[in-house]
Design a protein around this ligand. Structure first.
Ligand code: NAD
Length: 312
């Protein structure tokens, strides 16, 4: 298979690329390195079945040229920082236009398969959970979530209008090796600066499911290979959650720190647009035959170790 991976130099994208190369596919990574790192893919650069294009999805003419002759597109590129939307809402505009450009380039080059990395943030703040894929109305409360929902809409509309097949995966919080952002990285950096005190955004009671990055890739590839509707939508996560205060305790423990004082900024959410408590229903991907191997707390501990021992 000839696979075009947008965002393939990023945290999740680079693990996906490792798997695709292991499985003997030809892989093209299209990434502007805005948050990705070339080090994450350097081990593939000399391989015959790997090509890296450093470019932006906003450049439609270039996407149209580079995407030619691929069989499937994995659209992983986006600005992943949910918090940033409150300061820079233009991230939504960029990510929506990027997704449109990609789909239009697929249409013009007759490419018929797209796999899209969406997010649990599309559900917004809901009165009840766990949330199944069929839940609605979908009213995200972050600009990031809104951009993901708009992109899902574009994927669905292009699939139906231009006879394309789509796989949409709504990820839980993904953590692990090569992690560059999110709560674990944030806590480790804060405790390196001040090992006595940890500032925790909100009241620390925020509770979400965490998914290990290699399992996220595994689940995505499983869904892609085993679901065959025109549009295939899956929640991708585990059926347990971890509280933010617990993450702080685990980070302190793994860093060998004792008597760390937790200082809460207060309020029930970490930032504007944060959904404090969340759990989605993962029965659909489980029934297809895939289940996350680790519970959320275990995943947090594994990811802390990865980030603490990261080579870059
Ligand atoms: P990441 O920042 O490591 O990866 C995103 C990649 O996309 C980066 O390499 C970046 O350089 C590239 N990129 C961004 N805009 C681009 C553009 N216009 N043109 C070309 N390349 C561009 O983030 P990640 O955590 O690996 O996230 C990957 C995907 O998964 C994103 O779409 C993100 O929204 C989604 N997601 C992530 C999580 C999570 O917990 N990490 C949860 C839900 C969904």
């Amino acid at each position: 298979m000839k696979v075009f991976v947008t965002g393939g130099a990023g945290f999740i994208g680079s693990h996906l690329v490792d798997r695709l190369i292991d499985e003997k596919n030809k892989v093209t990574v299209y990434d502007n390195l805005s948050s990705g790192k070339k080090q994450f893919i350097t081990h593939h650069l000399q391989k015959d079945n790997f090509t890296f294009i450093e470019a932006d999805l906003l450049d439609l003419e270039n996407v149209k040229k580079e995407i030619k002759d691929h069989d499937v597109v994995f659209h992983i590129a986006a600005n992943p920082d949910v918090r940033l939307g409150a300061q820079k809402p233009e991230i939504a505009r960029k990510d929506i236009i990027s997704t449109y450009n990609l789909l239009d380039a697929m249409r013009l080059n007759d490419i018929k398969k797209i796999v899209f990395s969406s997010s649990s943030t599309i559900y917004g703040e809901t009165p009840a959970f766990p949330l199944p894929e069929s839940y609605g109305p979908l009213l995200p409360i972050s600009v990031y979530g809104a951009a993901k929902l708009a992109a899902e809409g574009l994927v669905s509309s292009f699939c139906h209008t231009f006879d394309i097949q789509g796989w949409i995966f709504r990820f839980a919080n993904v953590v692990g090796e090569r992690g560059t952002h999110g709560v674990i990285v944030d806590f480790i950096n804060k405790l390196k600066r001040n090992p006595k005190e940890l500032e925790i955004l909100g009241d620390g009671k925020q509770k979400k499911p965490y998914l290990y990055v290699k399992e996220c890739v595994d689940g995505m590839l499983f869904g892609f290979k085993h679901a065959n509707e025109q549009i295939n939508i899956f929640n991708l996560g585990c059926d347990t959650t971890t509280e933010v205060t617990r993450i702080g305790e685990l980070v302190a423990e793994e860093m060998g720190l004792k008597d760390v004082t937790f200082k809460y900024t207060g309020g029930k959410r970490g930032w504007k647009g944060d959904v404090p408590q969340f759990q989605f229903d993962i029965t659909k991907i489980n029934d297809l035959g895939w289940k996350a191997a680790h519970a959320s707390d275990e995943v947090i501990r594994m990811a802390i170790k990865d980030v603490l021992h990261a080579k870059f």
